[in-house]
Design a protein around this ligand. Structure first.
Ligand code: PNS
Length: 165
């Protein structure tokens, strides 16, 4: 039976790697809710409203997807409150696994009904991470292969606005 899953993350910004994982998840689950975690302990380039707008735009043509924000509290509790049984996380390389393994077991401890499902994006996104996209874009490098044109525009506007005049 296909069910609903949540796909949480910071998504600062949402990359083509994230999109690839989401599309894969939609082949398994009927609905996949992208959950932007506001309290992910990271200071972000884009605020929550900007990230929500970018993900809604990028995923507009995908059936079965919506975007929500986790403003505060634990993801495990959020999953419980929504009656969701699966958390989707993308794993690009072995080094991602240690942190993901720890989070998934902690989430399971906090909410035994929830199972984390790891999905590997296409190998061409193995080295794509939001942090490196931000850095390359900030320094004027071409990241058009790794983000949706709308996200590219948001990155360009953000760094343009941050330039000293
Ligand atoms: O994209 P990221 O930054 O790797 O995502 C990490 C995220 C947002 C999934 C994680 O920080 C999270 O779940 N935050 C919500 C608060 C929480 O439940 N923390 C405990 C995780 S075991």
């Amino acid at each position: 039976m296909k069910r609903t899953a949540i796909y949480p993350g910071t998504f600062d910004p949402f990359t083509n790697g994230h999109l690839d994982v989401l599309e894969r998840a939609l082949t398994i689950f009927e609905r996949v809710v992208v959950v932007i975690a506001e309290n992910s302990q990271k200071s972000t380039l884009f605020d929550v409203a900007e990230r929500q707008a970018m993900i809604e735009t990028v995923t507009a043509s995908l059936k079965g997807t919506s975007v929500e924000v986790l403003h505060a509290g634990l993801l495990a509790e959020y999953a419980h409150s929504k009656g969701v049984a699966a958390i989707v996380r993308g794993v690009r390389q072995v080094k991602d696994f240690e942190y993901e393994f720890q989070m998934s077991l902690l989430n399971r401890h906090l909410n035994p009904e929830v199972t984390t499902v790891f999905l590997m994006p296409n190998v061409k996104y193995t080295y794509v991470a939001s942090s490196i996209i931000r850095e390359v874009a900030m320094l004027g490098g071409d990241v058009s292969k790794f983000v949706h044109p709308f996200v590219l525009e948001m990155l360009q506007k953000k760094f343009e606005a941050q330039k000293p005049h």
